[in-house]
Write a protein that binds this ligand. Structure first.
Ligand SMILES: Nc1ncnc2c1ncn2[C@@H]1O[C@H](COP(=O)(O)OP(=O)(O)OP(=O)(O)O)[C@@H](O)[C@H]1O
Ligand SMILES: O=P(O)(O)OC[C@H]1O[C@H](OP(=O)(O)OP(=O)(O)O)[C@H](O)[C@@H]1O
Length: 220
């Protein structure tokens, strides 16, 4: 059995910080670059392989064992609810998942009092759970980006989306109503790999743990 460790890394904003973090524990891939169209990169000498995948696809590659280890936002994990081992908060990619509305509404009231509203989001499962827990009936509109546009053109009354600096909400005349979750980037591990490649994976988790300053109990 191959003891190569395969990483699923998200293309996009998390990639650079992920590579920098791994480099701090000696995990590097000299041939990898974020402007390449190549999707799989090998570091044969160190028995490492890196795959560049869409952020939302990282959990799928790890769940099916095509990657042993993945790096992904907590938002994606909450939305997809897959059975993955999540040993470490990597403490970057800080943002918040919020409910927001156009500032003209100026309601800023409790979402539990809303009824029959349309909510646009990339996160239908999280949004459904949030409103269901408050007994509020909503119509979910699944979008794939530029969520803040939806209320401006009457597609939805509210949105559930990520906020970091707040610039996107502000520039589109929206305000936060409630925070659903604080989000950071997480390390995820395939449960079978944790057993079959235990030594190598444990070393990686412990190395990262030291770098990010968190204590982890590794099972399996
Ligand atoms: N504005 C932001 N500031 C900080 N972190 C963010 C921000 N937006 C998203 N993130 C985090 O980065 C992760 C990846 O976001 P990115 O925009 O690179 O991919 P995506 O476009 O959401 O995913 P996909 O390409 O699969 O549609 C998100 O899941 C989230 O955890
Ligand atoms: O609070 P801010 O710092 O403005 O960041 C928040 C924005 O960042 C993300 O969008 P992204 O840039 O990924 O584009 P998208 O709308 O295409 O998903 C998120 O969906 C918000 O729109």
């Amino acid at each position: 059995m191959s003891d190569t460790i395969t990483f699923a890394l998200p293309k996009g904003r998390i990639m650079k910080d992920s590579m920098e973090l791994f480099a701090r524990i000696g995990i590097t891939c000299p041939e990898m670059s974020d402007d390449s169209r190549k999707l799989v990169f090998e570091n044969r000498e160190d028995r490492l392989r890196f795959m560049a995948v869409r952020a939302t696809d990282v959990p799928t590659y790890v769940e099916y064992g095509c990657a042993d280890i993945g790096v992904v936002g907590k938002d994606t994990l909450l939305e997809q609810g897959k059975d993955l081992y999540e040993p470490l908060d990597l403490k970057f990619g800080y943002c918040r998942l919020v409910v927001a509305e156009p500032k003209e509404l100026q309601r800023m009231d409790d979402p539990a009092n809303w009824s029959n509203i349309r909510v646009a989001t990339k996160y239908p499962n999280i949004t459904e759970r949030y409103f269901a827990a408050r007994g509020v009936q909503v119509e979910l509109i699944k979008l794939y980006g530029s969520i803040e546009l939806a209320p401006l053109v009457g597609l939805a009354e509210r949105i559930v989306d990520l906020v970091s600096t707040g610039a996107t909400l502000r520039e589109n005349g929206m305000v936060e109503v409630d925070t659903i979750a604080d989000i950071t980037t997480r390390l995820i591990v395939n449960r079978a790999s944790l057993k079959t490649k235990h030594q190598r994976i444990r070393k990686i988790i412990e190395g990262l743990e030291q770098v990010v300053g968190e204590t982890v109990r590794i099972s399996g």
